[in-house]
Design a protein around this ligand. Sequence first.
Ligand SMILES: Cc1ncc(COP(=O)(O)O)c(C=O)c1O
Length: 387
Amino acid sequence: MKLSSRFEKIEPYLFVGISKTIAEKKAQGIDVISFGIGDPDIPTPEFIIDSMKENSNDPLNHRYPESEGLPELRSSIVDWYQKRFNVSLDSEKEVVSLIGAKEGIGHASFCLIDSGDISIIPDPGYPVYAAGCNFAGGEVYKIPLLEKFGWLPELSKIPDHIKKRAKILWLNYPNNPTGAVADLDFFKEAIKFGKENDIAIMNDACYTEVTFDNYTAPSILQIPGAKEIAVEFHSFSKTFNMTGWRLGFAVGNEKLVQSLLTVKSNLDSGVPQAIQYMGIEALKRSEEFLDINNGIYEKRRNKLVKALRKIGLEVPTPKAGLYLWCKIPKEYTSAQFTELLLEKCDVVVTPGTGYGSSGEGFVRLSLTTPDDLVDQGIERISKWNLI
Ligand SMILES: Cc1ncc(COP(=O)(O)O)c(C=O)c1O
């Protein structure tokens, strides 16, 4: 059986390989400590689970949901956006619920990309931007994110022949994997770039609520006129420890939101309603919950940064997101360093190159490892003389 030609461009999903390695080690009786995938170890808060329990008993929630999401969820999202970012949205036209942000990000390319069209994606970057484009039959142009520019793309360096064929520019701030943040000046430049070149700006804003040291992340939709060209993706996964429930949303430009809904209504039937009610509850009580949750990550961040610096590695202290982006010694590639760490310390990190070739020289550590394992992991890493 011959698979479609689009599979030639699709690589196995990064964490499938890493999970396999961990499983193999475990099968050999080796207890591995993973700083790999960003999957919160802290349980979904009880008040959100309670809402699931209550709503799962209602037969109305046992039937097909509407693809766009319950009106009550869309209204909650609109209220939250107004309060959080001072951005007004129309719940009927500018909001769509998603089966996790990954689903929406993956499907978004189908709205704009025809054969021969280009998506401009950050390198290093979340692999789904490229996968969605490739599945839609498009081509990817990778724009390097460099440390010297604060891990922001240099939009002025994108060649004219690429701009002519590009339909989407993907952004992701706060950023995975680099931990970088963008300010409103950068978002303003991106919106200007999008309007001048008729390129849709898709900002993956999954980490805006996971912030430290009193930092508040902006929304690209705060830029006046942004809705003419931009869409923003959000996730309940990282914010509310809800990776397993699958809930996210996209907001912004009406044409893009509505075409994403058309794709979704033809391919999936939306988010189970009891899960949508969890989202309503989560947004209602986000403020009281987030301080506690982010406080846990902040402590882990501080501990790990200190330990990594102590063994001679260079690592900045991120203001947001769930990751440390750590520079490794020059004598190793990021794949070699990752392998050695697993071999010598039974510790898993993600090689920077898993996010693109510009990730060479770095590894990513996730903060979603339980506190006791963070301590054990630090102990193991500290014993290995890396430098
Ligand atoms: C940058 C980025 N976007 C999107 C997602 C996916 O989020 P969700 O669980 O809502 O699909 C992730 C998950 O790791 C991510 O890191």
